[in-house]
Design a protein around this ligand. Structure first.
Ligand SMILES: *Cc1c(COP(=O)(O)O)cnc(C)c1O
Length: 239
């Protein structure tokens, strides 16, 4: 019980900070979705969050998510399960079968692999393309800011894939001690979304950006989905 009380307090705090950021930037709270990031956390945690009204979840490791599919499927009519980690090709089937959305498509190849997996299940899926907005060597995703032509060429290919419905962009910027350091990266994301919409007239609208440390700044810069783990469910323990 005390644990559940804890979750309700944490959710309320995050929602309050989201509302404050919306107010500061003249946005409506309805424009921003809270995604709970639950990698390494047990099904009980997910169920508790659902009881307190969280309806969007991000998971990184398909093999680990399999152990939580019972919960996600039980609430499938009201809860979205989004893949947000780097997906190995051989795990594409799990995502195609059991996830609602795929937010971390990091290459044309990854898009083609997922399109094929979805075709086999005769299912289409909302997807976001992941940008490596700070050109970090350790991160996946298009370096769209410095190489926009390559990115746009790949977007054109992806738009021709029948089973993917791309609706926006996602990013994980560098770790910053002061969340304001990432403001410029979040602004670049907004510009990249506008670029795609200008080039292809597709009306993409989702910007998934901002984590526990910087979601308020991300909202001020246009985030429509914030991905919050630690601040909602505590630190992750990797075994
Ligand atoms: C783990 C993870 C998060 C959550 O980060 P926190 O700092 O715990 O809020 C968000 N986005 C991605 C892509 C992640 O892998």
């Amino acid at each position: 019980m005390t644990v559940d009380k804890d979750y309700s307090d944490r959710i309320a705090l995050v929602r309050q900070e989201m509302a404050d950021a919306c107010r500061r930037s003249g946005r409506s709270v309805d424009e921003v979705t809270l995604m709970a990031v639950t990698k390494t956390k047990p099904p009980e945690t997910i169920e508790a969050l659902i009881q307190f009204g969280v309806n969007c979840f991000g998971e990184n490791y398909p093999d680990e998510t399999i152990g939580k599919l019972d919960v996600f499927h039980r609430y499938a009519d009201c809860v979205r399960l989004c893949m947000i980690g780097t997906l190995q090709s051989r795990k594409a089937k799990i995502v195609a079968e059991s996830f609602t959305e795929y937010h971390s498509i990091h290459s044309l190849r990854a898009a083609i692999v997922m399109n094929r997996a979805l075709e086999q299940h005769e299912r289409s899926m909302r997807v976001l393309l992941q940008l490596n907005v700070a050109n970090e060597g350790t991160k996946h995703g298009w370096r769209a800011v410095s190489e926009p032509d390559t990115f746009l060429r790949d977007v054109e290919e992806i738009l021709s894939l029948d089973y993917l419905t791309p609706v926006g962009l996602m990013t994980l910027p560098p770790y910053a001690v002061d969340s304001n350091e990432n403001r410029g990266y979040f602004a670049r994301m907004r510009e990249m979304l506008a670029l795609v919409n200008r080039e292809f007239n597709v009306g993409w609208h989702e910007l998934s950006m901002g984590t526990s440390d910087d979601f308020a700044v991300a909202i001020e810069e246009g985030a429509t989905i914030v991905r919050v783990g630690t601040k909602l469910v505590g630190p992750r323990i990797y075994t």
